[in-house]
Design a protein around this ligand. Sequence first.
Ligand code: FAD
Ligand code: FES
Length: 491
Amino acid sequence: MVNLPGNRGSCWVAGAGRTGYSPLDGSIHAETVVVGGGIVGLTTALRLGEAGRSVILLEALEIGGQVTGRSTAKITTQHALIYRHLIDALDLAKARRYAEANSAGAALIKDWIREYAIACDLDRKPAYTYATSAEGREAIVAEAEAVRQIGLEAQVLDGAPLPFETTGALCFADQAQFNPAKYLVGLAHAVADRGGRMFERSRAILIGEASRWRVVTAGGTVHAEHVVVATNMTVKSPVGMANRTQPRCHTAMAFRIDDPLAVDGMFIGIDDPTHSIRTGSDGTGPLLVVLGPKFDTGQDGNVAARFVELEEWARRNLAVGEVAWHWCNEDYDTADRVPYVGEPDPEKAPGFHIATGFNAWGISNGTAAGMMIADTILDRASPWRSLYDPTRPYPKDFHKNGDSQSVVSGTRDIRPGEGGVIVRGEEKIAVCRDEDGALHAVSASCTHKGCTVTWNNADRTWDCPCHGSIFALDGSVIHGPARKPLASVEL
Ligand SMILES: Cc1cc2nc3c(=O)[nH]c(=O)nc-3n(C[C@H](O)[C@H](O)[C@H](O)COP(=O)(O)OP(=O)(O)OC[C@H]3O[C@@H](n4cnc5c(N)ncnc54)[C@H](O)[C@@H]3O)c2cc1C
Ligand code: FES
């Protein structure tokens, strides 16, 4: 078994507290049903609640614990190198729109934290994109020029204020970081205070049309004029999103540090292997959070090795103590690096809204997405619709399915604490051997579109190498697009 140091799980979620809403029970109606209690869903729900509209929110698991609660939670318009790319790949007007949407998202987060008195460790910090190569430095200078064209302010530095050598950095002053799980719990209370009806452990297993929209969970049904699928990857959409996006995973580690200002700022590297760095804290004290480079979800058979590399890199380059937490997180990339948000088919499926493909910058983009969706429901214009258009053309070769990385010849190859996929005739079975030697088996066929899952030896989950569904050892869904658990299997 792979024994990684520290607690398994996100340092933010651990200290965030619980909301404790009951599961949906029975049949109810609201103007809007929001599916998913992450930053997109809760922002949409609160905007609607503030406008006096009726909202029901269904969360499959518990609020705060999923992609948002496992992110680095930098609230910034500095998304590594993005503006040069947006100007070149789209145009200057769209690049400006992107900056406006993300500035508005970042501003709303700070306004709400103040207005609703959400205690979520908001900390104003500069954001730095740093380079470690000569080419990286050139890219930083080019990005600075693009940022100036957009109308944002940034400063080129000869090096980042980091304890290792860098060749240049681009600094955005007055950005911020926070504890995203605490923020979501605060948003949920604000929605409930404004009359929103919240349900946890209420996974949408069917979204269909009735007189308007009907969302079914194990315990009940919601009828609504609008449905907002805010499930990170859409679990249903009239225009499929799975092939327009690529699921990407990161490893994250939080280290104990003595000095809460050991690193003063939020940092993202642009040269391979890229790293992201920020400070934070949990109930025990200050932390330094360090992330490793992204990889395709379910397409790496040894995720634990990535954690070993990440720890080695952090110890070589930063003054860190013991590992307190480690976790994986995934988000979805898009070919043009702009999310897909809006009504994919307003004629045939009016009132059906989606938001996905945040390219690991969904704190500000996800807030802007919630604002835009709420504006649409409130019949207000939004300047961001064409930017985020979920039906815009995309290169067909962007998405790449993968194969399971965990096929073994038999259960004898599976050591205690490990998992493997065995083949029995036509059937593929995902088998985990627990620390006591007992075997636990579920079908290895993902319930989304049937790809064979890979064992994640760090998080101890079954990860799908096609569209990023993640399943627990008992087969239950942790992350969609799958809505149904892996089937149970007798060995
Ligand atoms: C490693 C990493 C670091 C990141 N760091 C940053 C950063 O520093 N700054 C930044 O701007 N962005 C960052 N991001 C991106 C950002 O975290 C995400 O884009 C954003 O949080 C996504 O929010 P969401 O609401 O779509 O997803 P989530 O927070 O996952 O919310 C979706 C919710 O829907 C629920 N759900 C799913 N299926 C169903 C169903 N069928 N029924 C009911 N509920 C369902 C889930 O349980 C979940 O709670 C990072 C991403 C990663 C992977
Ligand atoms: S997530 Fe699509 S097949 Fe598994």
